[in-house]
Design a protein around this ligand. Structure first.
Ligand code: EPU
Length: 335
């Protein structure tokens, strides 16, 4: 059923009260295809968990919410299992399910808000793991042809917080199912500094995947605001990839500047560090601001608007450009 003028407040983790001109949810490809056939508006926007969007205005057109559920085993052998999930499953619930079955590969991605369907969209990543490391395939509905197509990892063109669905195929497909190849042996990706420290604090030497998940959850809860309490969309900016030359120049003034390996001739900087150095961490402007514990996250304490957050991000981008000669890019989708 297609409804009119529906508030999206509970459908975006910033909690902004913008409206969709038309709104419909679907729990199967058949239902999605019926909605598309009955659609009178020109534009279609697909909502997953709404955890990576900033609504700055009402949406003219049709908003569809993916509620395809279900998790099933596609194949398995002694070492691996390929498991397919409906795109409408909550990502964290999916991670917990895999941990309960002792399937390893996604435990480092515990507590990331959003849906399974959104995970390949921007190749979600945290604590040393990205979705592309365990991705097998996805099934996506082609809005133009009405056909369902299969994409392997190569076809998804995964990059740092990137995929073809954010680039060349933006707005053309609806991701309906995602399959992951998980390991029956614990992978133990614990090299990310913060995880090592947290496990030490917990007194754990040989961690199970449950322990790793618990460590990740503890780190996230200590740094990142819970969207159920404070509106936010996780990292608002990407960590910028810059030339080695620029990093060397910056190191003269800031010897401790965090920087990480990237493609030849480049390094990745920590946007959170740059924003903190520039004095923005914890700054509040009435109802919104920069999170106190992680400068990469912009927050809505209630009453702020999408435009407030957008304008704040513009000022931060300009300030970081002036102070460090680094151009920050937004990670969140702006609507
Ligand atoms: N830092 C600061 N101040 C801050 C934040 C960070 O100095 O306010 C420094 C830290 O001390 C550290 C470095 O920056 O030296 C990196 O910080 P952290 O490990 O917290 O990670 P991040 O680069 O800020 C990225 C992801 C997060 C992910 C974490 C952990 C991006 C844009 N963000 O943040 O992802 O959870 O690594 O892997 O890549 C998200 O995408 O929404 C997200 C939360």
């Amino acid at each position: 059923m297609i409804e009119k003028n529906i508030s999206l407040r509970t459908y975006n983790t910033f909690g902004f009260d913008m409206e969709a001109e038309y709104f419909a949810s679907f729990d199967s490809i058949t239902k999605l295809s019926q909605i598309i056939k009955n659609n009178l508006s020109k534009s279609i926007f697909v909502l997953g968990g709404g955890s990576n969007i900033l609504l700055t205005k009402n949406i003219d057109g049709l908003v569809v919410r993916n509620e395809i559920k279900g998790i099933k085993i596609i194949s398995e052998d002694e070492n691996f299992v390929t498991v397919e999930s409906g795109a409408g499953e909550s990502w964290h619930e999916f991670v917990l399910y895999c941990i309960s079955k002792n399937w390893s590969g996604v435990e480092n991605l515990s507590l990331i808000p959003g849906s399974v369907g959104a995970s390949p969209m921007q190749n979600i990543g945290a604590y040393g793991v990205e979705i592309k490391d365990v991705f097998d395939y996805l099934l996506a509905y082609n809005l133009e042809s009405g056909e369902t197509e299969k994409f392997n990892a190569e076809q998804c063109q995964f990059g740092y917080r990137e995929s073809i669905f954010k680039q060349a195929l933006k707005g053309k497909y609806v991701i309906c199912y995602v399959a992951f190849k998980l390991s029956k042996k614990a992978l133990k990706n614990t090299t990310y500094g913060a995880i090592e420290d947290e496990l030490k604090k917990m007194g754990i030497v040989d961690p199970s995947i449950q322990d790793i998940s618990n460590a990740v959850i503890a780190i996230r809860q200590s740094k990142l605001p819970d969207p159920a309490l404070i509106g936010n969309a996780g990292s608002f900016f990407k960590n910028p990839i810059v030339s080695e030359t620029l990093v060397n120049q910056l190191k003269e003034k800031y010897p401790d500047i965090p920087n990480y390996p990237s493609a030849i001739g480049t390094r990745k900087l920590a946007a959170g560090w740059l924003i903190e150095q520039a004095g923005w961490k914890g700054k509040t402007f009435g109802n919104y601001g920069v999170h106190q514990k992680q400068a990469l996250v912009l927050v809505n304490y209630g009453g702020g608007t999408g435009k407030d957050i957008y304008d704040l991000s513009t000022v931060i981008i300009e300030d970081i450009k002036t102070k460090f000669n680094v151009m920050l890019e937004r990670e969140v989708n702006i609507m």
